[in-house]
Design a protein around this ligand. Structure first.
Ligand code: ARG
Length: 459
């Protein structure tokens, strides 16, 4: 025991350093469930195809079930001398059932074994994340529905632009996370081909049934080229790219939460559940969770970068470089799943300070566009002229230290004689937001229409 699986060809044990750089059980033990599933499907297929006997298959299946129970109980011995998860399982199987264990690896290589394990893992991770994204969307939709009428300033360049509704702003993220979810679903679908049976690189001389193992493992079909099967990691790269894009969306929302929470903005409150205090400044309530979510995109892009660089320039087929695919992928999904959970929690937790937001929505001459539009609609001014008149009105209000809506009619008429008192109807932030009823616009009824559409889709 303790002999490497390839003992036949070797007389000396590996140098300690060889083992140190080669060993992967510390991280690829996370593929244990997938490895067992792959082995079960493979053994069943070998028996059905007459490659191994029923008795051997039964012993193998029993041994794999026992191993699964040991793993669940935490008693499975993960041993460094067996290098990786595949050889740890096989070594343990031999201890449990004897020589029949040696038949499991017929028509199989660790190259297709790790390819199928890792694909299963990434596919499951994509599906989990898609589910989490749907949950986050549902939290945003619920908040948006409650605040379809709550006013807030809309910004461009982080300068006051036009009043919007808080519900509308939140629904913007529902769209982004919806695209993220569909990207993960799409990636999971594209990667859903089974590499098992590619063996080392060239396929197998045994009469294996790749359709059967593909079906048993929930794949749509077997992969069509054995070299590609053991060489491809673009499925993981694609998932990491999707994770990175999703991370940028999370980061933007996190940044807005941070900004909205500063007393200078004072737009929202988070409860103690998602804030921390300071060890020295007693007044502090810091949005640490949002800040950490904002930062996690660094890990996600880092993981994508790592794996891209590992894969570029690798000749076909398998090279040991590819063992470096797992750590960045596991780390990225750990970070993403935690971020999504924290963000869903924060979204449910946050409450807007409606009065403060409404007041801010009306400041900064945010209804200037509405004045210009009124001049176009009511007085038939060309938009450029209306823009000029409105600019002069803003300048005048600035000089007088008041809002546009507080300018006396005489002041407005000094700029254009045709202006009547009706104009004040469009100068409030509520009128401004309420008037933007174009499809996808910020008016409460448009927001409610989008809320209804998403509620239906998220059912
Ligand atoms: N631990 C290896 C990995 O993660 C499994 C495949 C090893 N294959 C080989 N030919 N050495 O990539």
């Amino acid at each position: 025991q303790g002999q490497a699986m390839w003992g036949g060809r070797f007389t000396a044990k590996p140098a300690e350093l060889m083992q140190a750089i080669n060993v992967s059980i510390g991280f690829d033990r996370r593929l244990a469930a997938q490895d067992l599933a792959g082995s079960r499907a493979h053994a069943a297929m070998l028996r059905k195809q007459g490659v191994i006997s029923s008795a051997d298959e039964a012993a193998i299946q029993q041994g794999l079930a026992d191993i699964e129970a040991e793993m669940a109980a935490g008693t499975f011995p993960f041993r460094e001398e067996y290098e990786d998860i595949h050889m740890n399982v096989e070594a343990r199987l031999r201890e449990l059932i004897g020589p029949a264990a040696g038949r499991l690896h017929t028509a199989r290589s660790r190259n297709d074994q790790v390819a199928v394990d890792f694909r299963l893992w990434v596919r499951d991770a994509c599906r989990r994340v898609e589910g989490q994204l749907r949950g986050l969307q549902a939290a945003l939709v619920a908040k948006a529905e409650a605040h379809a009428e709550t006013l807030m300033p809309g910004f461009t360049h982080l300068q006051p632009a036009q009043p919007v509704t808080f519900g509308h702003h939140l629904m913007a993220y529902v769209e982004m996370f919806g695209r993220d979810a569909s990207r993960f679903a799409d990636a999971a679908k594209r990667m859903n081909e089974c590499p098992l049976g590619a063996a080392a690189l060239a396929g197998s001389p045994f009469p294996i049934d790749r359709e059967a193992t593909a079906r048993a493992l929930g794949f749509d079909r077997p992969t069509a080229n054995s070299l590609d099967s053991v060489s491809a990691r673009d499925f993981a790269l694609e998932a990491l790219a999707d994770a990175t894009i999703c991370g940028t969306h999370l980061s933007r929302l996190a940044e807005e939460i941070v900004v909205w929470m500063t007393p200078q903005f004072g737009f929202i409150k988070l409860t103690d559940a998602f804030t921390t205090g300071s060890s020295i400044m007693p007044q502090k309530k810091n949005p640490d969770a949002a800040e950490l979510v904002r930062a996690k995109v660094g890990r996600l892009l880092g993981s994508f970068t790592q794996l891209s660089v590992v894969m570029k320039g690798l000749p076909l087929a398998y090279s040991k470089d590819m063992q470096e695919d797992k750590v960045p992928t596991f780390e990225a999904f750990d970070a993403l799943e935690l971020s999504l959970a924290a963000m869903a929690g924060m979204v449910a937790d946050l409450e807007p300070v409606a009065a403060r937001m409404a007041q801010a929505a009306g400041s900064g001459f945010s209804t200037a566009t509405d004045l210009a539009d009124w001049l176009v609609r009511t007085l038939d001014l060309p938009f450029r002229d209306a823009h000029h008149v409105t600019g002069a009105a803003v300048k005048r209000a600035e000089t007088l230290g008041c809002d546009l809506a507080d300018l006396p009619l005489s002041e407005l008429q000094a700029l254009n004689q045709g202006i009547t008192a009706d104009v004040y109807d469009v100068l409030t932030p509520r009128a401004s937001a309420g008037s933007r009823r174009s499809y996808g616009g910020t008016s409460p009824e448009q927001v409610r229409a989008q809320v209804a559409r998403w509620k239906e889709m998220l059912k």
